[in-house]
Design a protein around this ligand. Structure first.
Ligand code: DOR
Ligand code: ZN
Length: 362
């Protein structure tokens, strides 16, 4: 924020340097497994009370038993004294059985299912090749009130990468919303102004998550001064007008938008490679980035709804009871997190951010 803007706010008696909000949740997290899980989990757990855990492991989490086992591994990887609660998801394939979906939901093994169009992104090759063919599964989910979480990108390689979200919305999402009129749908990591409008138009049973990085980078950032692999994710960042629309959406106070960081760690060796993996590791700086956006937009009073209320209400889970403090206090961000013999580069790592995470009360 510029000095002039700060001065204007101060003059209007508006500058707020510290907010205490209900503890937030992250409705879209990739925690991976093994050494990577152990390395990245502490960062998400320091910021969020709960996380909706993406199932795109190798092999993916497609069965109830697999989700229960993965949940146990996450719980075991938590640092001592940390109360982070993982909310699991099921990875949909062409072979998913409606009974298995319902079993996991009714037993509390998972809270939602993730729909990856086959091949759309990292470990999405077991995903769904025929979305209309998923009707029996989606009908069952509609009946039991279980949300489907959608990676909304067309997979036809002939579609321009910057148009993949728009094409998916027209060709697949709108028809799906029509076919399944009562299905709860989360459009994950919204990146365009048009998708924001679609979510709003279906807000009675649709919602959208928005990542921290899509609020602060646009597609030009990926090429600023050279190719920046650590800013490459899917869906890829779009033009500036879309970034501005996303900032408007999150700060609007509308209940259909909430946090989904899409924190997606990859080893430096996989990012700085001939073929760079998609994913931004935003888990260590998510809240600092989000709150900075709300501050810059003059909407700090709306941050709690976006961070800690809208998502829980949409999923029909109770709100967290504890609190977290966010304060205007500059703090340097670590550049990278060590994982085995390599490391994961942190989004905004090495920078000094104006906001910091303060005290957490459970
Ligand atoms: O950039 C991404 N990375 N987008 C996704 O949808 C998946 C994720 C990952 O798992 O790395
Ligand atoms: Zn993701």
């Amino acid at each position: 924020m510029s000095v002039t803007e700060l001065f204007d706010k101060a003059a209007a008696g508006k500058r707020v340097d510290r907010i205490t909000i209900r503890r937030p949740d992250d409705f879209h997290v990739h925690l991976r497994d093994g050494a990577m899980l152990k390395a990245v989990l502490p960062f998400t757990a320091a910021q969020f009370a709960r996380g909706v855990i993406m199932p795109n492991l190798v092999p993916p989490v497609t069965r109830v038993a697999g989700a229960i086992a993965y949940r146990e591994r996450i719980l075991a990887a938590r640092p001592e004294g940390v109360d982070f609660r993982p909310l699991m998801t099921c990875y949909l394939t062409d072979a998913t059985a409606p009974d298995e979906i319902e079993k996991g939901f009714s037993e509390g093994a998972w809270v939602a299912a993730k729909l990856y169009p086959a091949g759309a992104t990292t470990n999405a090759h077991y995903g769904v090749t025929d979305i209309p063919g998923l009707a029996p599964v989606l009908e069952r989910m509609e009946k039991i009130g279980m949300p489907v979480l959608i990676h909304g990108e067309a997979t036809d390689p002939a579609v321009d990468i910057f148009d993949r979200e728009a094409v998916f919305m027209e060709q697949s999402l709108l028809p799906l919303l029509k076919r399944h009129a009562g299905l709860k749908v989360v459009v994950e990591h919204v990146t365009t102004a048009e998708t924001v409008d679609i979510v709003r138009a279906h807000a009675s049973r649709a919602a959208g998550t928005i990542t921290p990085h899509h609020l602060v980078i646009n597609r030009t950032s990926i090429f600023q001064g050279g190719l920046r692999p650590h800013l490459y994710c899917l869906p890829v960042a779009k033009r500036e007008r879309h970034r501005l629309a996303l900032r408007k959406a999150v700060t609007s106070g509308d209940a259909c938008f909430f946090i989904g960081t899409d924190t997606a760690p990859h080893r430096r060796t996989a990012k700085e490679a001939e073929c760079c993996s998609a994913g931004v590791f935003g888990g260590a700086t998510a809240l600092q980035t989000y709150v900075q956006v709300f501050d810059e937009e003059g909407t700090l009073d709306r941050f709690e709804a976006f961070a800690s209320v809208n998502g829980a209400r949409f999923y029909g889970i109770e709100l967290n009871r504890g609190t977290i403090v966010l304060e205007r206090r500059e703090s340097p961000v670590m550049a990278a997190v060590a994982v085995e013999d390599t490391e994961v580069v942190v989004f905004q790592g090495g920078e000094t951010l104006p906001w910091s995470v303060g005290e957490v009360s459970p």
